[in-house]
Design a protein around this ligand. Sequence first.
Ligand SMILES: [Zn+2]
Length: 267
Amino acid sequence: MPVTIAYVFVFIIGASVGSFLNVLIYRVPRGEDFVKGRSHCTNCGVTLKFYNMIPILSWFLLKGKCKNCDSKISARYPLVEAIGGVLALACVLKLDFSLRAVVAFFVMSMLVALSFVDLDTMEIPNGFLLWLIVPCVISVIMFDDLTLKQKVIGFFVVSLPMLLLTYVVDGAFGGGDIKLMAVCGFFLGWQITLVATFLGLVLGSIYGVFLLTRKNAELKQHFAFGPFLSAGIIIAILWGQELVELYIRMFFVYPYISECPVKFIFG
Ligand SMILES: [Zn+2]
């Protein structure tokens, strides 16, 4: 079946992008150039042969160790590659082979990269946020599902309350989180931004409760919030519309209105 082969191909491309994201996640916080320089072992510096750079598979073939110095290679590498593959596939299944799918996957890729950097450093580098402006511009020019007004409201709808909250509760949110919700808010429009934020807060809270159940967790312990917001945004891009419809049905409003008031495919 040609379609199945196309899906396999999409997964491989996604996993390869994931491989590049690994490079970004490692090099961007260190200020290293991510275009120049071949991939190398972070311990002994040996350059990787091309057959050691097959996404996901290589890590298993090498049994998670550097061939040269035997140091452990983090399982995060194949994990990020697998995430890349799965997200690329999800975008194509949801949005078909289209520019929308490419743009959605680009946004998700940036979100994955900045999430892992946030986990490592508790900071979201501005570079990732600047790159997210590109899909925003494309969406204004190419897609017409959202009005500019919806997008501008989306820019402020979550970022502004977050900003105000940090004045009341010192350090409630990091500057990176606020900027993330501003730029993604513009991309998604205000409706889906609210869904994304709600999901992010739920996921973050679940993790927070999980932290509290652990023995030596401190109540005031800070944790990176970027990954949860990003997960919320990714879920909202894929299923935001369905979630809004489900929510409305659950509260019995649905039978009284002929159709779901929120029409959304990002754009
Ligand atoms: Zn090595």
